[in-house]
Design a protein around this ligand. Structure first.
Ligand SMILES: [Cu+2]
Length: 429
Protein backbone atom coordinates (compact mmCIF):
# COMPACT_ATOMS: atom_id res chain seq x y z
CA UNK A 1 0.00 0.00 0.00
CA UNK A 2 1.09 3.55 -0.56
CA UNK A 3 1.17 6.20 2.15
CA UNK A 4 -2.03 7.66 0.77
CA UNK A 5 -3.94 4.39 0.76
CA UNK A 6 -2.73 3.57 4.26
CA UNK A 7 -3.57 6.95 5.78
CA UNK A 8 -6.96 7.24 4.14
CA UNK A 9 -8.07 3.72 5.00
CA UNK A 10 -7.02 4.10 8.64
CA UNK A 11 -8.81 7.44 8.83
CA UNK A 12 -11.94 5.89 7.34
CA UNK A 13 -11.91 3.03 9.85
CA UNK A 14 -11.71 5.53 12.70
CA UNK A 15 -14.41 7.66 11.09
CA UNK A 16 -16.80 4.70 11.07
CA UNK A 17 -16.60 4.67 14.86
CA UNK A 18 -16.44 8.40 15.59
CA UNK A 19 -19.98 8.59 16.91
CA UNK A 20 -21.36 10.60 14.00
CA UNK A 21 -22.98 7.54 12.42
CA UNK A 22 -24.14 4.03 13.38
CA UNK A 23 -21.12 1.87 14.23
CA UNK A 24 -20.62 -0.65 11.42
CA UNK A 25 -17.75 -2.42 13.18
CA UNK A 26 -19.95 -3.19 16.18
CA UNK A 27 -22.93 -4.16 14.04
CA UNK A 28 -20.94 -6.52 11.81
CA UNK A 29 -19.24 -8.06 14.84
CA UNK A 30 -22.50 -8.55 16.72
CA UNK A 31 -24.23 -10.08 13.72
CA UNK A 32 -21.28 -12.34 13.01
CA UNK A 33 -21.34 -13.44 16.64
CA UNK A 34 -25.14 -13.90 16.88
CA UNK A 35 -25.19 -16.27 13.91
CA UNK A 36 -21.73 -17.72 14.26
CA UNK A 37 -22.44 -21.45 14.40
CA UNK A 38 -25.41 -23.45 15.70
CA UNK A 39 -25.58 -27.13 16.48
CA UNK A 40 -27.78 -28.47 13.71
CA UNK A 41 -28.41 -31.72 15.53
CA UNK A 42 -30.62 -29.61 17.84
CA UNK A 43 -32.38 -27.57 15.14
CA UNK A 44 -31.55 -28.54 11.54
CA UNK A 45 -33.37 -25.53 10.08
CA UNK A 46 -31.48 -22.85 11.99
CA UNK A 47 -29.15 -20.95 9.66
CA UNK A 48 -25.67 -19.85 10.58
CA UNK A 49 -22.45 -18.64 8.94
CA UNK A 50 -19.70 -21.10 9.76
CA UNK A 51 -18.67 -24.73 9.75
CA UNK A 52 -21.65 -26.08 7.86
CA UNK A 53 -21.87 -29.75 7.13
CA UNK A 54 -22.96 -31.29 3.82
CA UNK A 55 -26.53 -31.88 5.02
CA UNK A 56 -27.10 -28.30 6.17
CA UNK A 57 -29.08 -26.07 3.80
CA UNK A 58 -26.60 -23.20 4.08
CA UNK A 59 -23.69 -25.50 3.31
CA UNK A 60 -20.53 -23.50 2.63
CA UNK A 61 -22.24 -20.14 2.87
CA UNK A 62 -19.00 -19.13 4.62
CA UNK A 63 -17.28 -17.85 1.46
CA UNK A 64 -20.22 -15.99 -0.04
CA UNK A 65 -21.33 -14.47 3.24
CA UNK A 66 -17.90 -13.09 4.07
CA UNK A 67 -17.52 -11.79 0.50
CA UNK A 68 -20.71 -9.80 0.93
CA UNK A 69 -19.57 -8.67 4.37
CA UNK A 70 -16.27 -7.41 2.90
CA UNK A 71 -18.29 -5.55 0.29
CA UNK A 72 -20.46 -3.93 2.95
CA UNK A 73 -17.36 -2.68 4.76
CA UNK A 74 -15.70 -1.55 1.53
CA UNK A 75 -18.78 0.41 0.53
CA UNK A 76 -18.77 2.05 3.95
CA UNK A 77 -15.16 3.21 3.67
CA UNK A 78 -15.71 4.29 0.06
CA UNK A 79 -18.62 6.43 1.20
CA UNK A 80 -16.01 8.30 3.22
CA UNK A 81 -13.41 8.34 0.44
CA UNK A 82 -14.19 6.68 -2.92
CA UNK A 83 -10.47 6.38 -3.66
CA UNK A 84 -9.81 3.69 -1.07
CA UNK A 85 -10.26 -0.07 -1.11
CA UNK A 86 -9.83 -2.86 1.39
CA UNK A 87 -6.42 -4.48 1.16
CA UNK A 88 -5.71 -8.15 1.66
CA UNK A 89 -3.20 -9.65 4.07
CA UNK A 90 -1.51 -12.63 2.45
CA UNK A 91 -0.75 -14.39 5.72
CA UNK A 92 1.09 -17.17 3.87
CA UNK A 93 4.00 -14.85 3.15
CA UNK A 94 3.63 -11.85 5.50
CA UNK A 95 4.20 -13.49 8.86
CA UNK A 96 6.33 -11.18 10.95
CA UNK A 97 5.03 -9.57 14.13
CA UNK A 98 6.98 -6.49 13.00
CA UNK A 99 5.46 -6.45 9.49
CA UNK A 100 4.40 -2.95 8.30
CA UNK A 101 0.86 -4.26 8.72
CA UNK A 102 1.21 -3.81 12.46
CA UNK A 103 2.90 -0.39 12.34
CA UNK A 104 1.20 2.40 14.25
CA UNK A 105 0.38 4.12 10.96
CA UNK A 106 -1.49 1.08 9.63
CA UNK A 107 -3.36 -1.38 11.88
CA UNK A 108 -1.15 -1.13 14.98
CA UNK A 109 -2.88 1.80 16.63
CA UNK A 110 -6.26 0.06 16.79
CA UNK A 111 -4.94 -2.44 19.30
CA UNK A 112 -4.76 0.08 22.11
CA UNK A 113 -7.42 2.48 20.87
CA UNK A 114 -10.08 -0.19 20.49
CA UNK A 115 -8.90 -2.46 23.33
CA UNK A 116 -8.34 -5.44 21.05
CA UNK A 117 -5.73 -7.21 23.24
CA UNK A 118 -3.93 -8.76 20.31
CA UNK A 119 -1.21 -11.29 21.05
CA UNK A 120 0.63 -11.50 17.72
CA UNK A 121 2.14 -14.89 17.01
CA UNK A 122 0.94 -16.20 20.32
CA UNK A 123 -1.22 -19.05 19.12
CA UNK A 124 -0.29 -19.74 15.48
CA UNK A 125 0.36 -21.10 13.00
CA UNK A 126 -0.18 -19.00 9.90
CA UNK A 127 -0.56 -20.92 6.61
CA UNK A 128 2.34 -21.92 4.40
CA UNK A 129 2.34 -20.96 0.70
CA UNK A 130 2.01 -24.69 -0.02
CA UNK A 131 -1.22 -24.86 1.98
CA UNK A 132 -2.64 -22.11 -0.23
CA UNK A 133 -1.46 -23.79 -3.44
CA UNK A 134 -2.86 -27.15 -2.33
CA UNK A 135 -6.31 -25.58 -2.09
CA UNK A 136 -6.10 -24.61 -5.77
CA UNK A 137 -5.64 -28.29 -6.59
CA UNK A 138 -9.00 -29.28 -5.11
CA UNK A 139 -11.65 -29.62 -7.78
CA UNK A 140 -14.73 -30.04 -5.57
CA UNK A 141 -16.18 -26.77 -4.28
CA UNK A 142 -17.42 -28.19 -0.99
CA UNK A 143 -14.11 -29.88 -0.30
CA UNK A 144 -12.21 -26.67 -1.16
CA UNK A 145 -14.41 -24.41 0.95
CA UNK A 146 -14.48 -26.75 3.91
CA UNK A 147 -10.73 -27.24 3.86
CA UNK A 148 -10.10 -23.51 3.48
CA UNK A 149 -12.37 -22.58 6.38
CA UNK A 150 -11.16 -25.11 8.90
CA UNK A 151 -7.42 -25.00 8.32
CA UNK A 152 -4.69 -22.35 8.60
CA UNK A 153 -5.46 -20.42 5.39
CA UNK A 154 -8.56 -19.10 7.16
CA UNK A 155 -8.10 -20.21 10.75
CA UNK A 156 -4.42 -19.22 11.01
CA UNK A 157 -4.77 -15.44 11.04
CA UNK A 158 -7.57 -15.65 13.61
CA UNK A 159 -5.60 -17.61 16.18
CA UNK A 160 -2.21 -16.07 15.35
CA UNK A 161 -3.47 -12.50 15.87
CA UNK A 162 -5.19 -13.24 19.16
CA UNK A 163 -7.43 -10.85 21.11
CA UNK A 164 -10.80 -10.45 19.38
CA UNK A 165 -9.71 -12.37 16.28
CA UNK A 166 -10.11 -15.96 17.58
CA UNK A 167 -13.61 -15.08 18.90
CA UNK A 168 -17.00 -14.70 17.16
CA UNK A 169 -16.56 -10.93 17.65
CA UNK A 170 -13.52 -10.96 15.32
CA UNK A 171 -15.01 -8.30 12.95
CA UNK A 172 -14.25 -5.76 15.69
CA UNK A 173 -10.57 -5.91 14.69
CA UNK A 174 -9.78 -4.12 11.39
CA UNK A 175 -7.32 -6.90 10.53
CA UNK A 176 -10.40 -9.12 10.10
CA UNK A 177 -11.19 -7.25 6.86
CA UNK A 178 -7.63 -7.61 5.55
CA UNK A 179 -7.73 -11.29 6.44
CA UNK A 180 -11.11 -12.05 4.96
CA UNK A 181 -10.23 -10.12 1.81
CA UNK A 182 -7.32 -12.58 1.51
CA UNK A 183 -9.67 -15.53 2.03
CA UNK A 184 -11.89 -14.01 -0.63
CA UNK A 185 -8.93 -13.57 -2.99
CA UNK A 186 -8.08 -17.27 -2.55
CA UNK A 187 -11.69 -18.13 -3.49
CA UNK A 188 -11.49 -15.77 -6.48
CA UNK A 189 -8.29 -17.50 -7.64
CA UNK A 190 -9.81 -20.96 -7.15
CA UNK A 191 -12.90 -19.99 -9.12
CA UNK A 192 -10.75 -18.74 -12.00
CA UNK A 193 -9.22 -22.20 -12.26
CA UNK A 194 -12.20 -24.45 -11.54
CA UNK A 195 -15.35 -22.40 -12.27
CA UNK A 196 -17.21 -24.75 -10.07
CA UNK A 197 -18.63 -22.77 -7.11
CA UNK A 198 -22.31 -23.17 -6.28
CA UNK A 199 -24.60 -22.72 -3.29
CA UNK A 200 -27.78 -24.50 -2.29
CA UNK A 201 -29.50 -21.51 -0.70
CA UNK A 202 -30.75 -18.49 -2.62
CA UNK A 203 -30.45 -15.89 0.13
CA UNK A 204 -28.17 -15.16 3.05
CA UNK A 205 -28.55 -14.10 6.65
CA UNK A 206 -28.34 -10.30 6.97
CA UNK A 207 -28.57 -10.07 3.18
CA UNK A 208 -32.08 -11.52 3.02
CA UNK A 209 -33.98 -8.31 2.31
CA UNK A 210 -35.16 -7.83 5.91
CA UNK A 211 -32.14 -6.51 7.78
CA UNK A 212 -31.66 -2.79 8.30
CA UNK A 213 -28.55 -0.91 9.24
CA UNK A 214 -28.17 2.85 9.45
CA UNK A 215 -31.74 3.38 8.30
CA UNK A 216 -31.27 1.33 5.13
CA UNK A 217 -32.63 -2.10 4.37
CA UNK A 218 -29.85 -4.26 3.01
CA UNK A 219 -30.69 -6.02 -0.26
CA UNK A 220 -31.49 -9.69 -0.65
CA UNK A 221 -28.40 -11.40 -2.05
CA UNK A 222 -28.42 -14.79 -3.72
CA UNK A 223 -24.97 -16.25 -2.99
CA UNK A 224 -24.95 -17.76 -6.47
CA UNK A 225 -25.10 -14.23 -7.89
CA UNK A 226 -21.81 -13.15 -6.30
CA UNK A 227 -19.59 -16.07 -7.34
CA UNK A 228 -18.00 -13.63 -9.78
CA UNK A 229 -16.62 -10.63 -7.86
CA UNK A 230 -17.48 -8.48 -10.89
CA UNK A 231 -21.14 -8.70 -9.94
CA UNK A 232 -20.17 -6.39 -7.07
CA UNK A 233 -17.92 -4.26 -9.27
CA UNK A 234 -14.90 -5.66 -7.43
CA UNK A 235 -11.57 -6.49 -9.05
CA UNK A 236 -8.42 -7.66 -7.34
CA UNK A 237 -5.11 -5.96 -8.08
CA UNK A 238 -1.82 -7.64 -7.27
CA UNK A 239 1.78 -7.35 -8.42
CA UNK A 240 1.02 -3.66 -9.03
CA UNK A 241 -1.43 -4.51 -11.77
CA UNK A 242 -5.23 -4.42 -11.79
CA UNK A 243 -6.74 -6.07 -14.84
CA UNK A 244 -10.29 -4.95 -15.52
CA UNK A 245 -12.09 -7.03 -18.11
CA UNK A 246 -15.40 -8.67 -18.99
CA UNK A 247 -17.35 -6.07 -17.09
CA UNK A 248 -20.33 -3.89 -17.90
CA UNK A 249 -20.66 -0.69 -15.92
CA UNK A 250 -24.18 -0.59 -14.48
CA UNK A 251 -24.02 1.91 -11.62
CA UNK A 252 -25.88 -0.65 -9.50
CA UNK A 253 -24.12 0.34 -6.29
CA UNK A 254 -22.98 3.89 -7.01
CA UNK A 255 -23.93 6.71 -9.32
CA UNK A 256 -20.37 6.80 -10.54
CA UNK A 257 -18.26 3.66 -10.51
CA UNK A 258 -14.72 4.53 -9.52
CA UNK A 259 -11.84 2.18 -10.18
CA UNK A 260 -8.96 3.63 -8.25
CA UNK A 261 -5.63 1.87 -7.94
CA UNK A 262 -2.31 3.52 -7.25
CA UNK A 263 -0.40 1.22 -9.59
CA UNK A 264 -1.25 0.18 -13.15
CA UNK A 265 -4.87 -0.17 -14.23
CA UNK A 266 -5.43 -2.07 -17.43
CA UNK A 267 -8.92 -2.20 -18.92
CA UNK A 268 -9.77 -4.18 -22.02
CA UNK A 269 -11.49 -7.34 -23.23
CA UNK A 270 -15.11 -6.37 -22.99
CA UNK A 271 -14.92 -3.72 -20.35
CA UNK A 272 -17.97 -1.78 -21.49
CA UNK A 273 -19.23 1.62 -20.39
CA UNK A 274 -22.76 1.77 -21.82
CA UNK A 275 -24.64 4.89 -22.71
CA UNK A 276 -26.04 6.66 -19.67
CA UNK A 277 -23.53 5.22 -17.20
CA UNK A 278 -20.76 6.97 -15.27
CA UNK A 279 -17.33 5.49 -14.79
CA UNK A 280 -13.95 6.78 -13.66
CA UNK A 281 -10.56 5.12 -13.70
CA UNK A 282 -7.81 6.75 -11.74
CA UNK A 283 -4.24 5.89 -10.88
CA UNK A 284 -1.15 7.80 -9.89
CA UNK A 285 0.81 5.64 -12.32
CA UNK A 286 -0.88 4.61 -15.48
CA UNK A 287 -4.25 3.71 -16.90
CA UNK A 288 -4.08 1.59 -20.04
CA UNK A 289 -7.08 1.15 -22.27
CA UNK A 290 -6.61 -1.99 -24.32
CA UNK A 291 -8.39 -3.36 -27.36
CA UNK A 292 -11.83 -4.54 -26.29
CA UNK A 293 -12.43 -1.57 -24.02
CA UNK A 294 -15.36 0.49 -25.15
CA UNK A 295 -17.11 3.55 -23.79
CA UNK A 296 -20.28 4.18 -25.76
CA UNK A 297 -21.62 7.48 -26.97
CA UNK A 298 -23.70 8.99 -24.20
CA UNK A 299 -21.61 7.48 -21.45
CA UNK A 300 -19.54 9.53 -19.06
CA UNK A 301 -16.11 7.96 -18.86
CA UNK A 302 -13.02 9.60 -17.40
CA UNK A 303 -9.56 8.13 -17.08
CA UNK A 304 -7.16 10.30 -15.12
CA UNK A 305 -3.88 10.38 -13.31
CA UNK A 306 -4.27 11.35 -9.66
CA UNK A 307 -1.48 13.91 -9.46
CA UNK A 308 -2.36 15.01 -5.94
CA UNK A 309 -2.31 11.80 -3.95
CA UNK A 310 0.70 10.13 -5.44
CA UNK A 311 2.68 9.52 -2.26
CA UNK A 312 4.89 7.19 -4.22
CA UNK A 313 8.57 6.93 -3.53
CA UNK A 314 11.03 5.18 -5.75
CA UNK A 315 8.39 3.71 -8.02
CA UNK A 316 7.82 4.28 -11.68
CA UNK A 317 5.36 6.97 -12.43
CA UNK A 318 4.65 7.63 -16.05
CA UNK A 319 1.71 9.91 -15.37
CA UNK A 320 0.09 8.77 -18.52
CA UNK A 321 -3.27 7.56 -19.65
CA UNK A 322 -2.49 5.53 -22.69
CA UNK A 323 -4.48 4.01 -25.45
CA UNK A 324 -2.26 1.32 -26.74
CA UNK A 325 -3.85 0.83 -30.10
CA UNK A 326 -6.18 2.72 -32.37
CA UNK A 327 -8.96 3.00 -33.18
CA UNK A 328 -11.35 3.02 -30.29
CA UNK A 329 -15.05 3.55 -30.20
CA UNK A 330 -15.23 6.90 -28.58
CA UNK A 331 -17.81 9.50 -29.08
CA UNK A 332 -18.93 12.97 -28.26
CA UNK A 333 -19.75 12.81 -24.57
CA UNK A 334 -16.57 11.14 -23.48
CA UNK A 335 -14.55 13.54 -21.37
CA UNK A 336 -11.14 14.45 -22.59
CA UNK A 337 -8.38 13.74 -20.06
CA UNK A 338 -7.46 10.67 -22.10
CA UNK A 339 -4.08 11.12 -23.74
CA UNK A 340 -3.61 9.38 -27.02
CA UNK A 341 -0.32 7.68 -27.52
CA UNK A 342 2.04 9.56 -29.76
CA UNK A 343 1.89 8.37 -33.34
CA UNK A 344 5.56 7.51 -33.44
CA UNK A 345 4.99 4.99 -30.68
CA UNK A 346 3.00 2.94 -33.15
CA UNK A 347 6.35 1.76 -34.45
CA UNK A 348 7.03 -0.18 -31.29
CA UNK A 349 6.21 -3.88 -31.43
CA UNK A 350 2.76 -5.03 -30.44
CA UNK A 351 1.84 -8.31 -28.80
CA UNK A 352 -0.57 -10.26 -30.97
CA UNK A 353 -1.22 -13.11 -28.60
CA UNK A 354 0.13 -14.92 -25.55
CA UNK A 355 -1.06 -18.48 -25.04
CA UNK A 356 -2.07 -20.85 -23.63
CA UNK A 357 -3.55 -19.52 -20.42
CA UNK A 358 -3.82 -21.55 -18.23
CA UNK A 359 -0.50 -23.17 -19.16
CA UNK A 360 1.26 -26.34 -18.16
CA UNK A 361 4.81 -26.30 -19.53
CA UNK A 362 5.31 -23.47 -22.00
CA UNK A 363 3.95 -20.10 -23.02
CA UNK A 364 4.19 -18.72 -26.55
CA UNK A 365 4.01 -15.01 -27.29
CA UNK A 366 3.59 -13.70 -30.84
CA UNK A 367 4.63 -10.18 -31.78
CA UNK A 368 3.74 -8.26 -34.91
CA UNK A 369 7.40 -7.80 -35.90
CA UNK A 370 10.91 -8.94 -35.07
CA UNK A 371 12.23 -7.29 -31.94
CA UNK A 372 14.71 -7.48 -29.08
CA UNK A 373 13.03 -7.90 -25.76
CA UNK A 374 13.22 -9.58 -22.40
CA UNK A 375 10.64 -11.65 -20.59
CA UNK A 376 10.22 -11.68 -16.83
CA UNK A 377 8.12 -14.15 -14.87
CA UNK A 378 7.04 -13.27 -11.33
CA UNK A 379 5.38 -15.52 -8.78
CA UNK A 380 2.35 -14.43 -6.80
CA UNK A 381 4.53 -12.95 -4.10
CA UNK A 382 6.04 -10.61 -6.66
CA UNK A 383 9.41 -12.37 -6.78
CA UNK A 384 11.22 -12.53 -10.12
CA UNK A 385 11.67 -16.22 -10.83
CA UNK A 386 12.69 -16.25 -14.50
CA UNK A 387 14.25 -13.76 -16.88
CA UNK A 388 15.20 -14.41 -20.48
CA UNK A 389 16.21 -12.17 -23.36
CA UNK A 390 15.23 -12.66 -26.99
CA UNK A 391 16.88 -11.18 -30.06
CA UNK A 392 15.38 -10.23 -33.39
CA UNK A 393 12.39 -12.51 -33.20
CA UNK A 394 8.62 -12.24 -33.47
CA UNK A 395 8.00 -15.47 -31.56
CA UNK A 396 8.91 -15.85 -27.90
CA UNK A 397 8.67 -19.26 -26.33
CA UNK A 398 9.20 -19.61 -22.59
CA UNK A 399 10.00 -23.26 -22.01
CA UNK A 400 10.38 -25.67 -19.14
CA UNK A 401 7.71 -24.18 -16.92
CA UNK A 402 6.41 -27.56 -15.76
CA UNK A 403 8.55 -27.36 -12.60
CA UNK A 404 6.55 -24.41 -11.30
CA UNK A 405 3.92 -25.12 -8.68
CA UNK A 406 0.29 -24.60 -9.63
CA UNK A 407 -1.02 -21.09 -9.12
CA UNK A 408 -0.70 -17.59 -10.45
CA UNK A 409 2.20 -15.85 -12.15
CA UNK A 410 2.72 -12.56 -13.90
CA UNK A 411 4.56 -12.38 -17.21
CA UNK A 412 6.11 -9.10 -18.33
CA UNK A 413 7.55 -8.49 -21.78
CA UNK A 414 9.83 -5.46 -21.88
CA UNK A 415 11.21 -4.04 -25.13
CA UNK A 416 14.71 -2.66 -25.75
CA UNK A 417 13.58 0.83 -24.64
CA UNK A 418 12.35 -0.50 -21.31
CA UNK A 419 8.69 -0.10 -22.28
CA UNK A 420 6.38 -2.80 -21.02
CA UNK A 421 4.72 -4.49 -24.00
CA UNK A 422 2.76 -6.93 -21.91
CA UNK A 423 2.00 -7.45 -18.24
CA UNK A 424 -0.33 -10.35 -17.88
CA UNK A 425 -1.43 -12.67 -15.14
CA UNK A 426 -1.33 -16.34 -16.10
CA UNK A 427 -2.37 -19.54 -14.37
CA UNK A 428 -0.17 -22.62 -14.06
CA UNK A 429 -2.23 -25.79 -13.78
CU1 LIG B 1 -16.60 -15.38 10.03
Amino acid sequence: MTDYERTELVNAFYALRDGTRPDLFVDLADFHSDFFNFDNTIDPTRLDLHFNLPDEPEREIFLAWHRRQMFEMEQAVQNINPRISLAFWNSSNDQSTTSPLWDQNLLGSFNANWSLNRNLGGDGPLPTPLEVTNLYGMADFFEFSNELERRPVHRGAHVWTGGAMPTPLSPRDPIFYFHHSFVDWVWYNWEEIHQNSSFQTTSMLRYDGTYSFGGQTLPLVNPNDIIDTRSLGVFYGSNQLAELNNYIVSNTYRNEEIFYYQYVIEAGSNFLVPSGTNCRMESVNEVRLLPGFEASAGSNFVATIDQVNSGLTGKSRTGEVARLKKPYDYDANINTPIVWEEDNKDDSPVIIQAYPNPFTEKITINLNKNTNCSVEVYNMMGMLIRQETFHNTDTIIINKLYGLSAGFYVIKVVDANGDILLAKRVVKL
